[in-house]
Design a protein around this ligand. Structure first.
Ligand code: ADP
Ligand code: MG
Length: 329
């Protein structure tokens, strides 16, 4: 059974970045407005996520590690009106199967919180403790019991860049949540609650060579199928490896087809080898998308894909001032 758990865990938890993603998404689902992240050794020895969300009762804290224990879906219909990030109830069970986990959590209505220590799915400790409101997870020594997985991990730099990738995907869309992020003793991000524009600048402003993030053009359009909001880069800032993000209903998504719709709008304004920066946020009726096609949930199927493609291309063209340009023959 512990082997079965380890195998199942492998699907969800592939590297430290997967742990970070799952913990931070849970904090967001719990309504946190401030999330503190600390990693050590690229997440190999420690990934800690502390939130000020609603916390868990003693029973919930113990139950949280059971496979398919999710408090977020009550029936099949809920799957289609999904507004939370998690919904499979697999993440914590998977993490606990392959790491040493300490959970401290307290709800507003409880005087004492609860501490749970679990490793390789075995519960070592469960007791009442004094703790802050909200939830704190420490995930130590990832894959301590799965040497093959541990060996599969890449260099610290590579693992850290995977962690940052996941962090950006969450922080760029949950802009009303404040984040602090420490890598060992080094503070790498201190992001106040803000809006999308400022969040983009706060994240990319430091490292970007060109000041593209201060020169973004707004896009905004709304129809009965979709609302699209966001920022696209000026054509002159197009580059070989551009910064490109799509989000739908508050979650990051990959969408090669919509990517082509954006490129089409830039047609003739940029070189074929270059690509524009963009941050595009879609809002649709949750019943018209399917987020359930892949365990890592970044590929999303839209019911009205073709119509949205046209709306998107038109919106980007408008931002580029190309709306009324007669195509050259
Ligand atoms: P899912 O997010 O798919 O429901 P998880 O395994 O990630 O499944 O989490 C299991 C359950 O643990 C959640 O449904 C939630 O009830 C609880 N939980 C996890 N993290 C937190 C948190 N930071 N704050 C409050 N509750 C949490
Ligand atoms: Mg979850």
């Amino acid at each position: 059974d512990s082997v079965a758990n380890q195998i199942a865990a492998g699907e969800v938890i592939q590297r430290p970045a997967s742990v970070l993603k799952e913990l931070v998404e849970n904090s967001i689902d719990a309504g946190a407005t401030f999330i503190q992240i600390l990693i050590k050794d690229a997440g190999r020895t420690l990934i800690q996520v502390v939130d000020n969300g609603k916390g868990m009762s003693e029973t919930d804290a113990r139950m949280a590690f059971e496979r398919h224990a999710t408090s977020k879906i009550k029936n099949a219909d809920d799957l289609f009106s999904l507004r939370t990030m998690g919904f499979r109830g697999e993440a914590l069970a998977s993490i606990a199967a392959v790491a040493q986990v300490e959970l401290r959590t307290r709800r507003a209505e409880d005087e004492l919180g609860v501490l749970v220590e679990i490793a390789g799915t075995r519960v070592f400790k469960q007791e009442s403790v004094q703790c802050d409101l909200g939830t704190s997870f420490q995930v130590k020594n990832l894959f301590f019991n799965v040497p093959a997985r541990r060996r599969f991990l890449k260099s610290d730099n590579v693992e850290k860049s995977h962690i940052l990738t996941e962090f950006y995907r969450i922080a760029l869309v949950n802009t009303s949540v404040a984040f602090s992020f420490f890598d060992g003793d080094e503070e790498i991000f201190q992001l106040p609650a803000s809006n999308n524009k400022i969040r983009i600048e706060n994240i990319f402003g430091k490292s970007a060579k060109k000041r593209w993030q201060q020169q973004l053009l707004s896009i905004e359009t709304s129809t009965n199928l979709v609302s699209i909001f966001g920022y696209v880069g000026k054509p002159e800032y197009a580059q070989k490896s551009a910064t490109q993000y799509f989000f739908v209903n508050g979650r990051y998504m990959r969408h090669p087809y919509f990517h082509k719709a954006v490129l089409l709008a830039y047609n003739q304004m940029i070189q074929a080898s270059e690509s524009p920066n963009y941050f595009i946020y879609f809002d649709v009726d949750p019943q018209t998308i399917d987020v359930n096609i892949h365990p890592t949930k970044t590929e999303i199927k839209f019911e009205n894909e073709q119509a949205i493609w046209s709306i998107l291309t038109a919106a980007v063209k408008e931002a580029l001032g190309k709306f009324n340009v007669i195509p050259s023959i």
